[in-house]
Design a protein around this ligand. Structure first.
Ligand code: ZN
Length: 362
């Protein structure tokens, strides 16, 4: 039986170990894949800390390989209709289709029964990507065209969330004229709550729309983050100290904190849109006031949730990363603030100050 090195946890109780394991038994595919870089995110750290009750090990295993952000090289693959060959670089998708109607049309990101219908690599019942190598199906691999962008391609998975959220925004904003009278978003403001990696990626997208972009948090930022913020012409303010813009047209929340979100809802302009992306199951309940509801109703505010993304959003993500790599100079590369080895397990326990995205080099 094949044995491989892998980073594993035991869901949902947590923990982390790096060592030899038997090649997972739940693998169906015949494409042999080796990770080049894997990305580390808050979900991984929360899983290891035992803070995500919805996570579970693959059937028949008492562990799960962690990690759902990766760029990999194909070592060996059977002939397939997706144009993927041995030697290609690919990003494996996280969420795998179940049998509900949305999954059947290729939209597991809109699954109608997430708790029972789908599996997510490194999160729900399916091994993740932090392993010496693993097997997968061609259907679940997205090919990277630009080999010079391998490191940045580790951001494909988080960027696909941005692509989905912006699709949601475009649909929601259609009910009135959202652009200015010059047909553009040039005079529109976008406020991004949070300053983590996902928040930065939303900022790149809003910049591409040519909106005026603000990022906010309840504390000051370190030098490294402020430098990137300046470089991409985004304005940052600490909302404990400063007021920020009077009115905004689009709010994107990456904090998942209800009190924080409600603090900003009344900043939205008429016909404004708020996209909620962040989640925080541990946040305390926040009452919503009658005045908040009046404001939301009278201003035609739309609040939309957005989670995950489908294969088409991964493809969009790759295109946008290529575009940003060109249009924003080195700023996209600078989002990767640390590169670690698989045995640097400390990085999973403690977040370096000023981290945007830490990646593991396999
Ligand atoms: Zn489904």
């Amino acid at each position: 039986m094949e044995r491989i090195m892998a980073l594993t946890t035991s869901a949902p109780k947590g923990g982390l170990s790096y060592g030899k394991i038997h090649l997972p038994i739940n693998i169906e595919g015949k494409a042999k894949i080796k990770p080049v870089y894997t990305g580390l995110c808050g979900t991984d750290r929360a899983e290891i800390a035992g803070g995500l009750p919805f996570t579970y090990n693959p059937v028949g295993q008492d562990y799960m390989i962690i990690g759902h952000e990766a760029v990999c090289q194909v070592l060996d693959i059977e002939e397939n209709n997706f144009g993927i060959k041995s030697g290609d670089y690919v990003v494996p998708v996280v969420r795998r289709r179940g049998s509900c109607i949305n999954c059947r049309i290729g939209r597991p990101d809109n699954c109608s029964d997430v708790d029972h219908d789908i599996r997510e690599a490194g999160i729900r019942g399916l091994d993740g990507f932090n392993a010496e190598y693993f097997y997968d199906t061609p259907e679940n691999l997205i090919k990277i065209n630009e080999r010079s962008m391998l490191k940045v391609s580790a951001l494909t998975e988080p960027v696909k969330n941005v692509m989905k959220a912006l699709e949601v925004f475009e649909k929601l904003s259609e009910r009135s004229i959202f652009t200015g009278d010059d047909s553009t978003y040039l005079l529109k403001n976008c406020l991004i709550i949070g300053t983590g990696s996902e928040a930065f990626l939303y900022a790149f997208m809003a910049r591409e729309y040519r909106m005026k972009v603000y990022m906010t948090n309840r504390h000051e930022l370190g030098e490294q983050k402020m430098k990137i913020i300046d470089e991409i012409s985004v304005s940052f303010y600490n909302y404990m100290k400063d007021q920020g813009p009077d009115k905004v047209d689009l709010i994107i929340d990456t904090s998942g904190d209800p009190a924080t979100i409600m603090r900003f809802v009344r900043k939205l302009n008429y016909n404004g849109v708020a996209i909620m992306f962040g989640t925080n199951g541990a946040a305390s309940d926040t009452p919503i006031s009658g005045n908040d509801i009046n404001y939301i109703v009278e201003h035609n505010i739309t609040i939309g949730g957005s989670v995950d993304g489908s294969k088409k959003h991964y493809l969009n993500a790759i295109q946008h990363l290529e575009k940003w790599n060109y249009s924003e100079g080195g700023a996209v590369n600078k989002l990767i603030t640390g590169i670690y080895d698989p045995d640097d397990t400390g990085i999973f326990m403690e977040k370096p100050s000023d981290e945007i995205k830490s990646i593991i080099k396999w």
